[in-house]
Design a binder for this molecule. Sequence first.
Ligand SMILES: *[C@@H]1O[C@H](CO)[C@@H](O)[C@H](O)[C@H]1NC(C)=O
Ligand SMILES: *[C@@H]1O[C@H](CO)[C@@H](O)[C@H](O)[C@H]1NC(C)=O
Ligand SMILES: *[C@@H]1O[C@H](CO)[C@@H](O)[C@H](O)[C@H]1NC(C)=O
Ligand SMILES: *[C@@H]1O[C@H](CO)[C@@H](O)[C@H](O)[C@H]1NC(C)=O
Length: 560
Amino acid sequence: MQTPRSCWFPRLLPPLLALVLLAAAVRLAPTEAEQDREREPAYWNAQAKEMLQAALRLRPRAHRAKNIILFLGDGMGVSTVSAARILKGQMDGRWGEDTILAMETFPYLALSKTYSVDKQVADSASTATAYHCGVKANSKTVGLSANAVAHECNTTFGNEVYSVLHRAKKQGKSVGIVTTTRVQHASPAAAYAHSVSRSWYSDNDIPSSARRQGCVDIATQLVTNVDIDVILGGGRMYMTPKGTPDPEYPAWSSRKGDRKDKRNLIDVWKKARPDKHSQYVWHKRQFDEINVKRTDRLLGLFEPKDMRYEVYRNTTRDPSIVEMTEKAIQILSKNPNGYFLFVEDEYFFIRSHLLLRACLICLVLYLRGRIDHGHHEGVAKLALTEAVMFDRAVQRASQLTRESDTLTVVTADHSHVFTFGGNTPRGNPIFGLAPKQADDRMPFTSILYANGPGYVHANGTRENITLVDYYDEEYMQQAAVPLDSETHGGEDVAIYAKGPMAHLFHGVKEQHYIAHAMAYAACIPPYTDCPPHLPISAGQSNTFSGLLLCLSGLPWILVR
Ligand SMILES: *[C@@H]1O[C@H](CO)[C@@H](O)[C@H](O)[C@H]1NC(C)=O
Ligand SMILES: *[C@@H]1O[C@H](CO)[C@@H](O)[C@H](O)[C@H]1NC(C)=O
Ligand SMILES: *[C@@H]1O[C@H](CO)[C@@H](O)[C@H](O)[C@H]1NC(C)=O
Ligand SMILES: *[C@@H]1O[C@H](CO)[C@@H](O)[C@H](O)[C@H]1NC(C)=O
């Protein structure tokens, strides 16, 4: 997550509460029967027994992965996942704590240490280099080892490191990237580019001295470094000659083509593989018309810069992340050698924005009197559907793939200094108050930030929020330290995994291990001593043989 955006984060959280309360007012929170059952040991014992049996049944899939899908929730720390889980449940009129997200059904889990070579608390560029290329790096740089120095062009050459996507392509797999940001953004960029600056999107962004030294912009590298079969996201303006009017916003001069070199990189991508059927689309109608059976390569650029957040998305003009993920899998999965797909979402922002709108609509309907609960329900449903977009993309991918041949990994690049606590009772609205007063005899919200724009002190004390409308969309949760923009967090993030060799994701791991475990699972170089092609006996492998296989590969991991 780039920091300038982070300032929206706290501001847009509180409207969620209003929606939750509204939902709670219309639909009951847990029924009495549901509340009663939790008093009985039998309920907990039965539930745990089921979990135990599932745990005992679990067998590692100790065979080679044909396909790999890597989902990246930008900034999706563990506290964010927990809050999102509660929110999802509360939007459904429930207490929320026991809700299960799609990613939470994955059987294997590890923690990822996200520090970079130069930073204890890392940025999206260095972390992307780690999980894509398997090497920790310096902040601001993508696809380069830490020998490279940010913004110093001449430290690029000879320090390139190559992603699992790049190596998967060389090995004959199809590869794709799907993102809600511009496709040249740091997280996807580390999969195909090598740049000492994450913000050199087009040649116009590169200082002339660096250009003279031979540094190439990220958009050019997108279409010249690796033949990427499916590219879906934003970032049109970095692909067309300076002054080219944008097809969607022809009157906006700030959205015109940006390239000084006058190249049309969309044409370069299209012409790169005359032997294949390639399609470029920028509109959802064309996107929907794509015949996945007849299309080998697809480039979809739906906005000049980043794609709009889900709430602002024009659903007739731009596809959702779920639709993009679906189309990508349908095209890539035609390759008998398998595929590698990277899907990035700016997870929490989507929730916030969409709920902001959903909430306003709800409140308007509410004020009109609860006349038309049908409409009201419709809006709540829309809001719910949209709020779980990232998780729905994970879910959709699960429906379109087989756990027996596809390794799916869901993780984050880094966390945020976001927390919730304060002895809140069960079912407490996730954006509500903690039940007791602080030592300054004033109330506080459960969600708080360690830093950020929510630091509001008046006359030497923090603000008394008793009469403050913390449901208001302008309200920012309080922060201990004033900052324009709330920062990333430095604690570990989770890695969720399922499919072949998913059991390699266990324990506390370094972030760059993700790339190595994925490569090993699918037998992508440098790994050649790899898991066998088929399950030992059609899914009946036992833990012991799984362990043996796992151990037999270990020397490789260690040696490399
Ligand atoms: C790289 O360029 C910088 C100035 O941009 C210069 O100070 C440095 O000496 C150069 N390094 C090499 C190895 O050429
Ligand atoms: C969505 O896009 C279509 C054209 O593609 C346009 O006609 C419509 O007005 C847009 N809707 C909104 C709400 O902007
Ligand atoms: C906070 O505001 C409420 C409502 O105005 C007031 O009753 C309470 O005394 C205030 N608390 C402090 C510590 O100022
Ligand atoms: C701060 O103190 C001044 C003087 O005592 C008072 O007029 C003002 O209302 C106080 N501001 C707040 C936000 O409490």
